[in-house]
Design a protein around this ligand. Sequence first.
Ligand SMILES: *Cc1c(COP(=O)(O)O)cnc(C)c1O
Length: 395
Amino acid sequence: MTEPSPLFETYARADIALDHGEGSWIVDTRGERYLDFGGGIAVSALGHAHPHLVETLREQAGKLWHTSNLYEVPLQRRLAQRLVDATFADKVFFTNSGAEAMECAIKTARRYHFANGHPERYRIITFEGAFHGRTLATIAAGGQPKYLEGFGPKVQGFDQVPFDDLDALKAAITEETAAIVIEPVQGEGGIRPVPIRFLRDLRALCDEKGLLLVLDEIQSGMGRTGRLFAHEWAGIKPDIMAVAKAIGGGFPMGACLATAEAAKGMVPGTHGTTYGGNPLAMAVGNAVLDVVLEDGFLDAVNEKALRLKQGLASVVDRYPDVFAEVRGEGMMLGLKCVVPNTVFVKALYAQHMLTVPAGDNVVRLLPPLNATDEDIATALERIEAAAAGLSGGNA
Ligand SMILES: *Cc1c(COP(=O)(O)O)cnc(C)c1O
């Protein structure tokens, strides 16, 4: 694609034009088949063209697409109730994307303290390496200079502390602090799981100081780590949680979940969205849940994930000049590279396999949660082949 593009030049795109997919496989316009272990960045959790999702979307497309939130949307209520039944939450607000789910989470947290008579408590603590989206507020929350540069004054009210450092966190809390926002497993930051101990400490600290614990499970949620939500591994509950990516299985949607108490400031008129929760998205969201909540689905994810991680650990051992380590939970795995991660991602393109680079020189593996044993075996073969090609100065 060397011709000038009419698109904003915000992406350095690979020269692969994708045409259609099936399960863990995706085919480009030249007919080349790729094993998709990137999932469009953890979105296509049930692979491509899942029959139940396709059928649901087709049927809903002939019925009703959009109504706005001026009316009752029965499929929206249904999906919200199912999410409430499956989680800590009592209340749900549907959005079209992850960043919007985070915006809603931030607004909900600030508004809670406002409703309690403490409008001065609006500041939010986040962690180094975080990623919360690309809107003006969420780039301020993420705090990454490369995403903030050139976009005017950083949105006020975000304080960042080092990852997994309880003393620094305690020192950053003031009378103005409203909430702590954290990804249970940092995704863009390089598949960095937050230690379970630290998540428990956070919960205790929030309870002690009257702060809200806000989890960004946009990437780690919806079964990705082998539990419906990653925080379940720590046995804690947040007050507010942002979800997106896999929740629509590829249909753009997100959600902000909260306890009734945390959401008490979000009264009529305080927030809104034109598209959020529209019948098309809600139909697909319900269909995704049908599959993910099936008996045994998450057990199968854990079994496959274990096999994948063990296989990766063995490859890492055999190619120490290519990889430093494998890390992550469930089907959210990262290969920390010794070679530049972008070089390894390209070497995998040559093996007809798609992955996603992340921070900290990591290559992310985000396979479909329903990848077959054969897909996983093929992935391991291709990763090994790419590593062999780069090892011993072959790079
Ligand atoms: C992808 C992501 C976002 C942003 O979601 P968008 O749908 O791109 O707006 C926010 N937080 C985390 C952890 C993410 O992985």
